[in-house]
Design a protein around this ligand. Structure first.
Ligand SMILES: *Cc1c(COP(=O)(O)O)cnc(C)c1O
Length: 365
């Protein structure tokens, strides 16, 4: 088996641990929808989807239709919710037995037309309500029009009605979150007056599960927690990191004091230095803003990045580390490694793990 020069190892045991950790946090009657959009937060949606299917997850969710099709082609049979279906491939949703989350009157009408044309009955759909995120979903003023369409359309079945917290990890916004739920429940009740069935209620993402246990309702939408981050140090410490990014040293440079390293000579040695060269660069997801700032680990020791991160290659200082060509280099393997990198880049763990390039092979452990 030939791997790419850098590899993202995916720990199935860490994933199972995290899944069961959250399962133990919620009521037995509450279903879990695992969010595996953006290629399973960078960890391979087919790996993650298959493992979670074996663990009896209730639902999987992806952002776009093509992501759902990839799961079906990998023989995943679980119900799949498409969070943000676009209007141009609605018939593919039916062909691949996917369930759309519909978020506008136009998307609902268009999808119902596709359902009717393909002679489906009871086709499962989901509705998204806008309670303050102002990203997508029906607003209060659209509820009357929404109910009118729902009462006319006979071939769809509303399986769930959901909304999304704007600030479930920000305590200062708790009043706003409670108010979102209040609006959600009012809109939910109003919509139900024209439905025969009782749709599932779901609102919580990972931080919602942790910070608002009273709002678990019928289902929760678990994303980042599955991969090892609780958005709260007390939770994160009980989780395990699923992805581990590693590579190997492929060349060493022995420099005298006063030599420069890399493009535009942004680093100059202050003493005799040994440099290890690694086959991983900014196109792989090692952000260029980590130039002369970030670090990697070799034999458990920090090796600072020296010079500018290149497209495919990075140089690190190993003057104080005994190492050879071929030795393993770890970019991250603990949550702290990712969180430190996120802090240096003024971003969040989500962005670090979802921007590891597709060029890097995912290997399931
Ligand atoms: C991505 C997403 C989630 C998962 O959020 P996490 O914070 O990763 O748990 C849940 N719901 C919706 C609508 C999302 O877009």
């Amino acid at each position: 088996m030939s791997h790419s020069p850098a590899v993202l190892e995916i720990s199935s045991s860490a994933l199972k641990h995290n899944f069961h950790y959250f399962k133990s946090k919620i009521k037995q009657s509450t279903k879990i929808l695992a969010v595996i959009k953006a290629d399973g937060y960078g960890c391979s949606s087919t790996f993650i989807g298959k493992i979670l299917e074996q663990e009896h997850v209730d639902y999987l969710a992806v952002a776009y239709v093509q992501e759902g099709i990839a799961l079906r082609k990998a023989n995943i049979k679980c119900p799949i919710l498409v969070l943000f279906p676009q209007m141009d491939n609605l018939d593919e949703i039916i062909n691949y037995d996917l369930e759309p989350n519909l978020y506008s009157l136009i998307s609902l009408k268009l999808f119902c037309a596709v359902v009717n044309k393909s002679k489906q009955s009871n086709y499962p759909i989901h509705l998204k309500l806008n309670t303050g995120m102002n990203r997508q979903g029906y607003t209060k003023s659209e509820i009357t029009a929404l109910k009118k369409i729902l009462s006319q359309e006979k071939n769809i079945q509303v399986k769930s009605i959901c909304t999304h917290f704007t600030s479930s990890s920000k305590e200062a916004d708790n009043d706003f979150s409670h108010n979102q739920i209040k609006q959600y429940l009012e809109m939910y009740k109003s919509i139900c007056s024209v439905l025969d069935d009782t749709p599932l209620k779901h609102v919580s993402n990972t931080s919602g599960i942790i910070n608002f246990p009273e709002y678990q309702f019928d289902m929760v939408r678990l994303g980042i927690g599955l991969y090892g981050f609780g958005n709260d140090p007390n939770i994160t410490k009980d989780l395990q990191l699923v992805p581990r990014l590693k590579t190997n040293i492929f060349q060493k440079q022995y420099l005298e004091k006063g030599e420069s390293i890399g493009y535009n000579r942004t680093f100059n040695t202050e003493k005799k230095s040994t440099i290890a060269v690694i086959p991983l660069g900014y196109s792989d997801g090692l952000n260029r803003a980590l130039s002369n700032k970030g670090h990697v680990f070799i034999h458990g020791k920090k090796a600072p990045i020296v010079g500018s991160v290149c497209m495919d290659i990075t140089m690190v200082d190993v003057t104080n580390i005994t190492c050879n060509i071929g030795d393993e280099v770890v970019i991250f393997e603990h949550q702290k490694d990712v969180l430190d990198m996120a802090e240096m880049l003024n971003t969040i763990s989500y962005e670090i793990i979802t921007t590891i390039s597709p060029r890097i092979e995912r290997v399931l452990l």
